[in-house]
Design a protein around this ligand. Sequence first.
Ligand SMILES: [Zn+2]
Length: 145
Amino acid sequence: MERPIPIPDDVSKPFWEAANERRLVAQFCVACSEWQHPPERACAECGATPLEFRELSGAGTIYSVHVEHDSRVVVMQQHQPYIVATVLANESPYAVFLTNLPGTSAGDVAFGKDGEQSVHIGARVAVEFEEVGAGRFVPQFRVVS
Ligand SMILES: [Zn+2]
């Protein structure tokens, strides 16, 4: 099905180029040894520039989960209801990614702490890459626990 295709800018271009090679990268600040994602012009922690892009393991945990029933993104309305989760990379809580958690559906989301569903805060995930256009890939994360 049709999906939005990212439009890189000068700050995010290295991230999307790596994604097209099926590599997950994030900015790394050499000055304070902190990661950050999404990409910014300067380090949010110490203000240093420039920042390097370094490869991440692709492992992370779910920080928050949302089920979208009424998207304002027209191309995404055909996918409703769909999951939007935030994932924190294992390397840093400041490397934050959005994902639709492929392989799951809205009914898999556990909003109560006793849920046995696969999608819950703290669940472990691993990166994979979804082809959204010819040679254009977007990182997604799949639940592994
Ligand atoms: Zn820094």
